[in-house]
Design a protein around this ligand. Structure first.
Ligand SMILES: CC(C)(COP(=O)(O)OP(=O)(O)OC[C@H]1O[C@@H](n2cnc3c(N)ncnc32)[C@H](O)[C@@H]1OP(=O)(O)O)[C@@H](O)C(=O)NCCC(=O)NCCS
Length: 146
């Protein structure tokens, strides 16, 4: 099982993470991250799943408000999908969010990934909308306080 690590913004590992999600999330749509989007990521928490030092999965966690954090830019390389790496990344992010006192995590899930987030305990809220030209839906989970 890969190890999960927090990635400092602007580090060499961060550049690898951005390249991975550019390849998996944006290029297939004919898009890229804008400089503004990447600049905004300075305040986010970046996670990478590393398999023998290679990045095989990632997400970022962003503060929405005092109570709510948001998971974004979730991706696992195709050859590592279905090995519970996505779930491990989400659980890791939930642990950080809980530690920081957030009560809820939300995301704009691609409709194709709804089943994955449901397996992680999230439920849909409201209807579908388009982002980057593809259907998305808001999903949420209330974090249990232990
Ligand atoms: C969606 C994604 C992040 C899932 O990561 P993963 O590492 O393959 O997922 P896991 O192996 O941790 O799966 C956890 C569970 O969700 C299920 N699952 C995974 N992807 C699924 C999907 N797209 N639809 C339905 N169920 C899915 C798995 O079968 C597994 O179920 P199980 O616990 O019964 O075995 C990954 O497939 C991916 O990067 N997809 C392309 C990019 C994308 O869609 N990103 C999300 C944007 S919102």
């Amino acid at each position: 099982m890969p190890i999960i690590k927090e990635v400092p913004y602007g580090s060499a590992l961060y550049d690898e993470v951005v390249e991975l999600r550019r390849e998996l999330l944006r290029r297939p749509l004919g898009l890229d991250f804008t400089p503004e989007e990447l600049a905004q990521e300075k305040h986010d928490t970046h996670l990478a799943a590393l398999d023998a030092d290679r990045v095989v999965g990632t997400l970022l966690l962003r503060k929405v408000d005092e109570r709510t954090a948001r998971i974004m830019r979730m991706a696992v390389v195709p050859e590592a999908q279905g090995r519970a790496i996505g779930r491990a990344l989400v659980e890791w992010a939930e642990g950080i969010a809980r530690e920081r006192g957030f009560e809820t995590i939300m995301m704009h899930a691609r409709s194709s990934a709804i089943g994955f987030y449901e397996k992680c305990g999230y439920h849909t809220v409201g209807g579908e909308f388009l982002e980057q030209g593809i259907p998305h839906i808001r999903m949420e989970k209330r974090l249990k306080t232990e």
